[in-house]
Design a protein around this ligand. Structure first.
Ligand SMILES: Cc1ncc(COP(=O)(O)O)c(C=O)c1O
Length: 474
């Protein structure tokens, strides 16, 4: 299939934006922008930040793959906000579904049955692999992981959970303990019964592997050693991102995930796939495990399930685990579990995906446009060490030296150390593209409804911006 038809796109003829009361303001209304900025700076305490060192961009409007600041500068959203905005800003079907749901039943507590909650759970079960047929809804990804771990612990009677270095699993106590990146450091000790292992990362192999296949094999041998040394009888679950997201779009080598499945089976360990970032179409599959032909015991999701229009996450549960709780009470719950507004947007997401062929579209745009374009850049940009990904989820690994793989900026760089990456990002923003950068990498993760023209335009901007990185490269 080729994708030529524009889907939901931000028009270029936008001249302003409505405020909360519906009053229209032309772009450039400095008083309005000042008001938004002042309230934010005086009263909003932001995530993961030194509060005096940030300058949040006041955003006036969003549509399709574009959002605008109060001066009317348009940004092509190449990070889908936090890689959650899969159907773009203000998708009319999702907005309508939320409005209609609000008009008939805004909320109902989780112990009652509700039509959209049930329909969304059924639709998720229908596309989930294997015998994963039950859904526990949460408010987001962290609490999805938190509850998945709780299920695994109860079912196995074991406590320890293994997860990867270079991972992010969320900001609740167990989820942040499972996280294998610097966001965990300030939050320790949290849940002590967590151990980390190295996943496959061929470009920066912890195993001195010479090929992708060898990397996968050695990473499995390492995982088995960790299981042995931690004590299989103490391990409730292995929890991994199917494709590691924020920490590098690390695509698993052929056979790796099947090997993880086999190890979990051998030692009676629950396999939890964290698909918070990669589920719901990001790589052109409902669930990313489908691309690797493996069936986990539990899959956690959030973000793309309804593009984050109303907070929603959850755990898809295998029949075996669900039946364990037939006569044993599951000790977990949330006031907003399966919130009707969020579920209505989730049902609408399924309708849009099916009607507009979103999964096929993602695979097509990824293989026909992104992959050949960015692979071609390896020939023209000395700062580009490697490109990897699939669907609409890619990483550009920026380096100072292609021989040694020395990253463009150090691991977890801040301040002056991070300047080269900040300059690349600034060049993108100045040319109207909002990029996703993390450490020495730029990720490409636009909304799945991005038009072909928008995608090519954004890639052209990144191509130019890489010229900034090239100046630091040997
Ligand atoms: C792979 C993964 N798991 C879990 C989370 C946490 O999700 P949330 O922020 O909705 O709690 C994230 C968030 O980025 C994520 O990328």
């Amino acid at each position: 299939m080729t994708t030529t038809e524009p889907l939901s796109t931000g028009g270029t003829d936008r001249t302003g934006y409505p405020d909360r009361t519906g009053t229209f303001h032309p772009f450039g209304d400095a008083a309005e922008e000042q008001r938004v900025r002042a309230d934010d700076r005086a009263h909003v305490f932001h995530s993961w930040s030194a509060q005096a060192q940030i300058a949040p961009l006041p955003v006036a409007a969003g549509e399709g793959s574009t959002f605008w600041d109060y001066d009317g500068n348009a940004y092509l959203d190449f990070s889908s906000q936090l890689v959650n905005l899969n159907l773009g800003h203000q998708h009319p079907d999702l907005v309508r579904a939320i409005q209609e749901q609000a008009g008939r039943l805004t909320t109902i507590q989780p112990s009652m049955a509700n039509d959209v909650r049930g329909e969304l759970a059924r639709r998720i079960a229908e596309v989930a692999p294997g015998e994963l047929n039950s859904v526990f809804f949460t408010n987001g990804g962290a609490d999805a992981n938190e509850n998945a771990v709780r299920m695994a612990r109860r079912v196995t009677g074991r406590r320890k959970v293994l997860s990867m270095y270079r991972s992010y699993h969320g900001n609740t106590s167990t989820a942040i303990a499972l996280t294998g990146d610097p966001r965990r450091w300030a939050n320790e000790p949290s849940d002590g019964s967590v151990a980390h292992f190295f996943g496959p990362y061929p470009y920066r192999s912890a195993f001195h592997a010479a090929s992708v296949e060898e990397e996968g094999q050695r990473a499995l041998e390492h995982l088995e050693q960790v299981i042995e040394l931690e004590g299989p009888q103490t391990i409730a679950a292995v929890l991994i991102e199917t494709i590691v997201g924020t920490n590098g779009v690390l695509v698993p080598p052929p056979g790796y995930l099947k090997g993880v499945r086999a190890l979990c089976d051998r030692y009676g360990i629950v396999y939890i796939a964290d698909e918070v970032m990669v589920g719901f179409g990001r790589i052109g599959e409902w669930f990313a495990v489908d691309a690797y032909d493996v069936v986990p015991d539990l899959i956690t999701f959030a973000k793309g399930v309804n593009s984050g229009y109303v907070p929603l996450g959850g755990v898809v549960i295998s029949d075996a685990i669900a039946h364990f709780f037939d006569d044993v009470s599951f000790q977990g719950g949330l006031t907003y579990s399966g919130h009707p507004l969020a579920c209505a947007a989730g049902v609408a997401t399924f309708e849009v995906f099916e009607r507009d062929g979103i999964l096929e579209r993602v695979r097509d745009l990824g293989s026909r446009i992104i992959e050949p374009t960015i692979t071609g850049w390896l020939g023209s940009h000395p700062s580009l060490g490697e490109v990897r990904g699939r669907g609409l989820f890619w990483a550009l690994e920026l380096v100072r030296d292609r021989e040694t793989h020395q990253p463009l900026v150090p691991f977890n760089a801040a301040g002056a150390d991070a300047a080269p990456m900040n300059e690349v990002a600034a060049a993108c923003k100045a040319a109207g593209v909002w990029p996703f950068t993390h450490f020495n990498r730029m990720h490409i993760a636009p909304p799945l409804v991005i038009t072909e023209d928008e995608l090519r335009r954004g890639l052209d901007v990144i191509d130019d911006a890489l010229g900034v990185a090239d100046r630091y490269a040997a």
